[in-house]
Write a protein that binds this ligand. Sequence first.
Ligand SMILES: NC(=O)c1ccc[n+]([C@@H]2O[C@H](COP(=O)([O-])OP(=O)(O)OC[C@H]3O[C@@H](n4cnc5c(N)ncnc54)[C@H](OP(=O)(O)O)[C@@H]3O)[C@@H](O)[C@H]2O)c1
Length: 298
Amino acid sequence: MKNIAIVTGASSGIGNAFLKLVCKERGIYNSIPFDEIWAVSRSADKLLEATSSIGDERIVPVTADLTDPGDLDEIALRLQDECISVGLLINCAGAGFKGYTEDLGIDNVGCQVELNCVALSKLTRICLPHMIDKEPPYSLKDGPRIVNVASSAGFLPQPGFAGYAASKAYVISFSRALSYELAPYNIAVTTVCPGPVKTEFQSKATGGQSAEFTGIRKYVAADKDKLAKAALKASKAGRKMFVYGFSQKALHVASKILPSDLILSIESKLITVPEVNTYSEGDNVVTPLPVSSKEESV
Ligand SMILES: NC(=O)c1ccc[n+]([C@@H]2O[C@H](COP(=O)([O-])OP(=O)(O)OC[C@H]3O[C@@H](n4cnc5c(N)ncnc54)[C@H](OP(=O)(O)O)[C@@H]3O)[C@@H](O)[C@H]2O)c1
């Protein structure tokens, strides 16, 4: 039986940082290296460019739009036909769109839920029969692992990034519950919650308006390679929740003890919401709703 790792969002940013590290990883039971490492994203060209620089022949580029049920079916069929065991699943593909909800395109609003929540849950469900051993011959430390990339945005509602923050709250809740569901099979589920990370995400989230973080975020923006390394270490240690960086840990604690309204009012003073005129750049992007349709749809 082939033992593989799957990394989604592997063509860029944090997912690509994970992919590089997974190439050095050992497989299930901490002994055998993975036979294959499936690198998943939509763009075949970007995937090829990102994976060829790593130069590991075990990498299998899988071009798939995870919001497309047909593409998910293909992954499911392949896992079944090739009799595959999944030793590591890293759900990292994600997207977010900044701006007030009324200014965003309908598809942008939907995409955050379809990719960040629905696709992540469906792919996890697809992989589970290939991970679960009813009588696991390994401990939690050595067993298969799932790493779900959420965000500190999921700790609290976030005006100006409402759908994204809500989608990441879902990822946190789903993953934490899953970690208990899968504990009897010694499968570790780690929810990773970074704050801002220097990747293409910010540029895509603002429709190309701003590639850099602004305000307080630019001082706390993390390095993707360091984040991925620390997150894999947390996963190997069997940690259920991994919040990255001091500022995000402080936010996590504050979100649990302070009234949400107080934090939200401070947050709304510190954070500038981009004025969204158009979302026309990049693959994630969908044209905004024309003003006339907006009026009709109210
Ligand atoms: N960067 C941050 O500040 C930050 C902070 C906290 C959490 N996160 C989370 O970290 C994760 C990775 O983000 P990143 O910063 O690395 O962003 P990124 O550089 O934009 O990477 C996103 C990845 O997701 C893939 N993707 C997008 N839509 C997809 C789809 N429909 N199907 C399959 N793959 C898709 C993209 O490839 P294609 O475009 O080729 O499909 C790309 O590989 C996301 O879940 C994000 O929410 C990011």
